[in-house]
Design a protein around this ligand. Structure first.
Ligand code: AR6
Length: 175
């Protein structure tokens, strides 16, 4: 495995990477949380481009330019709302990570940052979400080495520690 996995505590809009992933909603027209922060930092042209995309299904992803962000691209993915786990939520969250990474690879992205998709307004339990995120990343990096760096950006200390411990468990190294 050549890809480096990193964990960072802070605001994803400040990270210097080629693509940042947005935890969006089905309209792709902006919202609160990380979505709001990304649209604010990217500026109004991001919304203009998003309006042309015709929304996005849950579990899927679409790519736009990054406009005023440091990142060249934004990959918008729509996580599932957690309704207790019987509505295919786990598989849908896994497909957010898979589809985002596939789009990044197609766009020749070498560095990418993810937020913790679905664990805010969409209420996905973070202990389950972090496991799904890391398992999907591991499957991807075992088969692809075009992406050099994958960074998870967490807002809170609690989330940061959960991700950090999961990296150790799944990848077997300390960050
Ligand atoms: N940088 C990194 N992480 C952040 C940031 C930031 N700037 N802001 C929030 N987080 P959420 P969801 C964390 O609610 O659960 C939006 O309204 C946050 O603490 O942003 O997928 C969309 O339009 C949490 O841990 O995304 C949708 O309607 C994580 O990012 C809906 O929310 C995800 O929280 C999507 O909900």
């Amino acid at each position: 495995m050549k890809t480096k996995i990193k964990i960072f505590k802070g605001d994803i809009t400040n990270i210097h990477v080629e693509a940042i992933v947005n935890a969006a909603n089905n309209t792709l027209l902006g919202g609160a949380g990380v979505d709001g922060a990304i649209h604010r930092a990217a500026g109004p042209k991001l919304l203009e481009e998003c309006k042309k995309l015709g929304g996005c299904n849950t579990g899927e992803a679409k790519i736009t330019k990054g406009y005023n962000l440091n990142a060249k691209f934004v990959i918008h993915t729509v996580g599932p709302v957690w309704y207790g786990g019987k509505n295919n939520e786990e598989e849908l969250l896994a497909s957010c990570y898979r589809n985002s990474l596939e789009l990044a690879e197609k766009a020749d992205v070498r560095t990418i940052a993810f937020p913790s998709i679905s664990t805010g307004a969409y209420r996905f339990p973070i202990e389950k979400a972090v496991n799904i995120a890391m398992c999907e990343i591991k499957k991807f990096v075992e088969k692809n080495d075009t992406i050099e760096e994958i960074i998870f950006v967490l807002f809170s200390e609690k989330d940061y520690l959960l991700y950090k411990n999961k990296v150790k468990e799944i990848f077997g190294f300390e960050i």
